[in-house]
Design a protein. Structure first.
Length: 168
C-alpha cells in the first residue's frame, strides 16, 4: 500500500485542491462571479470574499470535502487509492484510521460527484435481461429453519408429570 505521507502535509493537500479547483480563476460558488478578493485564511485554506454577493468562501466550499472534519490529505489519499488501486474500504479504514461508515459515505459522495447525469427516459423502454429475487425460493420457503430446534411436546410425558405433582 502507498504510504499516507505521499500527500505530505495538510498544506500541500490544500495547495493541490486550490490548483485543481481554481485552474480557470477563482469564482464565487454562490453567484458564479469572478470578482473576488483574498480574505485571510482559515487553517490551511485560503478564504475569499465575493464582491458581488458579499459572501465568504474557501477552497473547500461547494465540494465534497466541505464540512468534513477529516483531514483533506486523508481524503485525497483515500480517493487516489480507491480509484487507482481498487483498494477496499476496509483496507482504507486501517490505513487512514477513519471509521468504515465515514469512508463508505464519502465514497458514495465521490461516486455521485463523478457520476454521469441521469437520463430521463420517455416512451417505451426495452430491457434485455432482468434478474429479480423476491423472497425465499422453493426449499428455503417450504422447510423449517435447520438452525432453530423446533420445540416438540411429548403428550404422555406432560400428563405423567402433571399427575406426579401433588400439593400436600
Amino acid at each position: 500500500m502507498i504510504p499516507l505521507d505521499v500527500f505530505g502535509s495538510e498544506s500541500l493537500a490544500a495547495d493541490l485542491l486550490q490548483q485543481v479547483r481554481w485552474r480557470d480563476g477563482v469564482e464565487c460558488p454562490r453567484c458564479r462571479s469572478d470578482r473576488t478578493a483574498k480574505n485571510g485564511s482559515y487553517r490551511h485554506f485560503q478564504r475569499y470574499l465575493c464582491k458581488d454577493c458579499d459572501r465568504t468562501f474557501n477552497d473547500k466550499t461547494g465540494t465534497i470535502f466541505a464540512h468534513s472534519k477529516i483531514a483533506l490529505r486523508k481524503w485525497l489519499f483515500s480517493i487516489y487509492a480507491f480509484l487507482r488501486f481498487k483498494t477496499s474500504i476496509r483496507q482504507l479504514q486501517t490505513e487512514t484510521d477513519v471509521t468504515y461508515e465515514t469512508i463508505h459515505r464519502h465514497v458514495e459522495r465521490c461516486g455521485e460527484a463523478l457520476d454521469a447525469p441521469h437520463l430521463d427516459l420517455v416512451g417505451p423502454v426495452e430491457i434485455d435481461k432482468v434478474y429479480v429475487t423476491a423472497g425465499k425460493k422453493a426449499r428455503d420457503r417450504d422447510s423449517r429453519s435447520r438452525s432453530v430446534a423446533s420445540p416438540r411436546v411429548d403428550a404422555d410425558r406432560t400428563r405423567a408429570t402433571s399427575h406426579r405433582c401433588s400439593f400436600s
